[in-house]
Design a protein around this ligand. Structure first.
Ligand code: 6GU
Length: 259
């Protein structure tokens, strides 16, 4: 017995030494190669400056877990006035984004690397949900094209687009805010982005359930008390309470998720 325990101690020490000397530096390299690149094409790059420059999404980029590249479609226009849009054939209100600058931008990017998906943000795309976010987070390189004005020339969609996404049944002035929503929802799922690895797994929607109510200090505010069970320290009871509350909330607010 003594022999076993002493060898296992040696083994453990050896293993730990191995971990520290080899695995940890490698895990950095592995994480580095697991990062994701998102190229966003827009005629209003200013709209996308804010969403990626703060908090968790900014940290994901400084840690090297995600790369976000914003491209101004106008930079690719061969028109002497850098024009990117035109009136639509057949008449009708609203400008249409021309194919040339978008095609040149996409071709430039495609010549540099392979893309898993070229997404067009449009109100007539498929409705975005957590399942799609999970799928997109598995990819290495994606392009997101933002529509603006009336939208893009149909031939851009025919030639390049592999997926069309809408974030809801309402109309925005452009796809930029929607692209920010999609990029945010993907990046937070990448390994290492959230501090507590379980917090993405316990999200609303990951198991088709809404989150249970949550509380922090004080235990009582203007007569409103935190449920006793959460202060009890009984983790089995707390877990049961949370499951019941998640189910109750989902039945009440989003019964469609339970079908
Ligand atoms: Cl992706 N774009 C625009 N312009 N409006 C939207 C949308 C996208 N999703 C919902 N509404």
């Amino acid at each position: 017995m003594a022999w076993i325990s002493s060898t296992s101690t040696i083994f453990n020490t050896e293993l730990r030494r191995l971990c520290f000397s080899y695995l940890i530096p490698y895990s950095r390299i592995i994480l580095y190669f697991c990062n994701m690149r998102i190229d966003i094409l827009t005629v209003v790059p200013e709209l996308l400056e804010g969403p990626f420059s703060h908090s968790i999404i900014q940290r994901a980029q400084t840690k090297g877990l995600a790369e976000i590249h914003i491209h101004n479609i106008r930079d690719y226009s061969t028109n002497k006035h850098k024009k990117v849009d035109h009136y639509q054939y057949g008449g009708g209100a609203g400008m249409v984004l021309s194919i040339q600058p978008i095609a040149d931008c996409i071709e430039t990017l495609k010549a540099e690397r392979e893309y898993d998906e070229i997404i067009y943000m449009t109100p007539d795309g498929e409705l975005y949900d957590q399942k799609t976010a999970n799928q997109l987070s598995q990819y290495t390189n994606i392009i997101i094209l933002c529509g603006h004005y009336k939208g893009v020339d149909e031939r851009v969609r025919e030639l390049y687009i592999t997926k069309e996404i809408s974030i809801g049944s309402y109309v925005l002035t452009g796809g930029e805010l929607a692209a920010a929503v999609v990029a945010d929802s993907i990046i937070r799922l990448l390994p290492g982005v959230l501090n507590d690895e379980t917090s993405a797994l316990s999200d609303s929607f990951q198991d088709n359930l809404l989150s249970p109510p949550i509380y922090t200090r004080p235990a009582e505010y203007k007569g409103l008390k935190v449920p006793d069970v959460l202060l009890s320290g009984d983790f089995a009871k707390i877990e049961e309470f949370r499951e019941q509350e998640a189910l109750r909330r989902t039945k009440e607010r989003r019964p469609d998720l339970l079908k």
